[in-house]
Ligand binder design. Structure first.
Ligand SMILES: Nc1ncnc2c1ncn2[C@@H]1O[C@H](COP(=O)(O)OP(=O)(O)OP(=O)(O)O)[C@@H](O)[C@H]1O
Length: 327
């Protein structure tokens, strides 16, 4: 079967990265190969310290490879001037430093700088792009607020808006949802996916948020402690078990049935629970957390109104049921 190959926006080959200090060398990543595709939202995931930020710094030209190369649209990144790269890559890093008295609107307008120059005036097209970035991220209402007087989450949304206004072909965001509440996390990630898909951009997001990444990413890049990078459809990586790269110890694992990372249970369960699968899932979870591995009789669970029937008794909440089992 012929494979459909999307356009490769960014490619790394045989990339080895590290840091030098006086007489010592610290190798962080060795011999990496990767491809970032146009029109896709890719999430880069991996345990702390494996080298995700180092890879991003290399893509931005801030860290020079010890070996190998990175190409953006087939052109080597090494050797490109920062202002050339700024037109092609929009970035949101974890600890941005901007004057606190700058307003959200001014910050977002700054995104246009690579296209206008530092003293450049915004054209009507620049203004339109800034307005769109503000409305897409729903930061319109806080456009006149100062950066020092808004919440961390609002500041984070403003940073995403600035990256959208920059309008690079490649958008790279390092933990863009770290300070956001659940709804805003989902909204920002869906927005980024939408932008990748509709505007044909390549979006790379570094994140530790596996749930939201699973919900939104077209592709995962997984980095493990062996310094390799594995790329694939999130669902393929789950089914092949490679998702466990994110969990280097034996203690936790990805539960295929529940679609979640969980502590691996060593206790054997001796219980029979009669219920719909979705009800049973939550009953089992509560029993496991309470350390209850044994039921002497079958528990029957009913939905609407919720009730547990056990030993000719009726319980209307898991809390009451567990209380009974423990006493
Ligand atoms: N400027 C530096 N000089 C020397 N070593 C560094 C430097 N920056 C990072 N490192 C080291 O490189 C390794 C990878 O760090 P990096 O920040 O890339 O990891 P990460 O995967 O982004 O981690 P996290 O998820 O915690 O953000 C770590 O061992 C770190 O100590």
């Amino acid at each position: 079967m012929r494979k459909h190959q999307p356009h490769i926006a960014l490619e790394g080959k045989g990339l080895t990265l590290g840091y030098r200090r006086k007489n010592s060398r610290k190798e962080v990543l060795r011999n990496l190969d990767f491809q970032l595709f146009q029109g896709e939202l890719t999430c880069l995931l991996g345990p702390n310290g494996v080298g995700k930020s180092t890879l991003i710094k290399a893509i931005l030209g801030h860290v020079k490879p010890w070996a190998g190369e990175i190409r953006i649209d087939e052109e080597l990144i090494q050797g490109q001037k920062p202002e050339q790269l700024a037109k092609r890559i929009s970035v949101v890093l974890t600890d941005p430093v901007f004057p606190g008295n700058m307003t959200v609107g001014q910050l977002v307008a700054l995104g246009r700088t690579p296209h206008t120059g530092w003293l450049g005036k915004l054209t009507s097209m620049d203004c339109e792009i800034v307005e769109k970035a503000l409305s897409d991220t729903k930061t319109n209402a806080i456009r006149d607020e100062r950066l020092s007087e808004i919440s961390d989450g609002q500041r984070q949304k403003a940073m995403v808006a600035r990256a959208l206004a920059q309008d690079g072909q490649l958008i790279i965001l390092d933990e863009p949802t770290a300070h956001l509440d659940l709804e805003n996390r989902l909204e920002i990630m869906h927005l980024l996916r939408d932008i990748a898909c509709r505007q044909g951009k390549s979006v790379l997001v570094v994140t530790h948020d596996l749930d939201i990444a699973l919900e939104t990413a077209d592709r995962f890049w997984l980095m493990g402690r062996d310094r390799a990078l594995i790329s694939g459809l999130p669902e393929d990586l789950i089914l092949s078990g490679q998702i466990d790269l994110l969990l280097p110890t034996e203690k936790y694992g990805f539960n295929l049935d529940r679609g979640k990372v969980e502590q691996k249970s060593t206790a054997t369960k001796n219980w029979t629970i009669e219920a719909d699968p979705s009800l049973r899932l939550w009953v089992e979870k509560a029993l496991e957390k309470a350390g209850i591995a044994h039921l002497t009789q079958t528990a029957h669970i009913k939905r609407e109104p919720f009730a547990i029937f056990y030993k000719e008794m009726e319980f209307n909440s898991l809390a009451d049921f567990i209380d009974f089992l423990k006493n």
